[in-house]
Design a protein around this ligand. Structure first.
Ligand code: PLP
Length: 393
């Protein structure tokens, strides 16, 4: 089929950035305002309070004009010193990247190895912590939702492993593709540093990220010696906004005010339930496409850890997931996520997080099924009907 000139709206099924609701687009487009203006400061404080409600924390929050990588860097640079050992729980591309950043900052990164399709075995994490009787490990890093694989990590189990071994390490969690999509409770789950970003569950443009920080982490920060300035929490603490060494991205705060309003209007429980409903429909379609095991399959092989934010779909050996993506994009104006790292060309990803509803998901699934057919990728036809069944069960 020839590429068509796109008509109608692009169906954006990437796992981030995600669809930006019209009301957020309009809010972001408001004219500039002085970030020290009292009118802006009121919005700013309202947004900080709203983000803390979303993180479920009464502790500290620092924000950055940076994508998620900035908050990742802030989390490590503020808490540790060169030579400190961190334990990264392997999930996939993003745990690997966070660890790589730690090495670049002079940290000694150790990994609890895990099968990307199933997620970590918590016995292995407990064993690693129990073996560290001298408390060499200063922090444990966990990516709550591995965006590259569609496998999520149950964070309370990480806390339980730290508690069971009486290990004092700081608990760092990446919620970049899970905040506002999967349940999350910073204080109740004893998380010391939470990394989040604007362009996924918050439905905002890319460009702002943040860290929720516990009192224990703020104390540890005082003795950290990794060089930093823009990301330095002490530097920020002396500023009026208690964040942002430099200009505050006011437009993103106009957007964030609207994003938080939308989430609270739907209720967080409602938002999470919608993510679960849509994710189940996507998985029902893929299970149907799998047929007797000769079609495309769910990359995640651990049903209990299947992500409600994103589904990675594995194409059978000898087929190219990128060709499916190209057909979906060029012929049907549907944008899908690519396979990352060692999954390049082997999986494509459907993001089902943020501002999405049933017809958007069904339209995406129908386009994927057509793209599978056009590329001769094995699948049992009828996945969309299976998704409809799931949505009306
Ligand atoms: N962590 C996770 C789980 C992600 O999905 C991403 C990006 O997709 C990042 C970290 C990096 O964030 P950013 O691309 O905003 O720098």
């Amino acid at each position: 089929m020839n590429a068509i000139a796109p008509r109608g709206r692009m169906f954006f099924a990437n796992p981030g950035p995600t669809n930006i609701p019209d009301s957020i687009q309009h809010a972001v487009a408001r004219p500039s305002i002085d970030f020290n203006d009292a009118a802006f400061f009121a919005i700013y404080e309202k947004c900080v309070a709203g983000l803390k409600r979303l993180l479920k924390t009464e502790q500290h929050l620092f924000l950055y004009t940076a994508s998620g990588h900035g908050a990742w860097e802030a989390s490590m640079a503020n808490l540790f010193s060169a030579g400190d050992t961190l334990l990264v729980i392997e999930t996939g591309h993003f745990s690997e990247s966070w660890g790589k950043m730690g090495r670049a900052l002079g940290l000694n990164i150790e990994t609890v190895a895990a099968d990307w399709t199933k997620g970590v075995d918590f016995a292995a994490l407990r064993a690693a912590l129990a073996a560290d009787t001298g408390h060499r490990i200063k922090g444990v890093c966990a990516v709550q939702n591995e965006t590259a694989t569609g496998v999520m990590l149950p964070l309370p189990e990480v806390r339980a492993a730290l508690d069971a071994t009486n290990h004092p390490a700081l608990f760092l969690s990446d919620t970049i593709s899970s905040l506002g999509c999967l349940p999350f409770e910073m204080d109740a789950w004893g998380i010391d540093c939470v990394v989040g970003g604007s362009q996924k569950g918050l439905m905002l443009p890319t460009g702002m990220s943040f860290t929720g920080v516990s009192n224990k982490a703020l104390e540890a920060h005082k003795s950290s010696t990794i060089p930093k300035h823009y990301f330095d929490w002490t530097e920020m603490g002396g500023r009026r906004h208690k964040s942002f060494v430099g200009t505050v991205p006011t437009s993103l705060f106009y957007g964030l005010e609207e994003s938080l309003r939308l989430i609270e209007e739907e209720t967080l429980e409602g938002v999470l339930a919608r993510h679960t409903r849509l994710a189940k429909a996507v998985r029902a379609a893929v299970r149907h496409w799998a047929g007797n095991g000769d079609g495309v399959t769910l990359f995640c092989q651990n049903a209990e850890r299947a992500s409600d934010s994103v589904t990675a779909i594995l194409v059978p050996e000898g087929h190219d997931a990128d060709r499916v993506r190209a057909t979906a994009r060029n012929s049907f104006n549907v944008s899908l996520g690519a396979g990352l790292n060692k999954l390049a060309g082997r999986v494509f990803r459907i993001g089902h997080l943020g501002d999405l509803n049933e017809p958007m998901i069904l339209g995406t699934l129908a386009s994927v099924e057509m793209a599978l057919k056009l590329n001769g990728v094995p699948h049992r036809p009828g996945g969309v009907a299976a998704a409809m069944e799931s949505l009306t069960a």
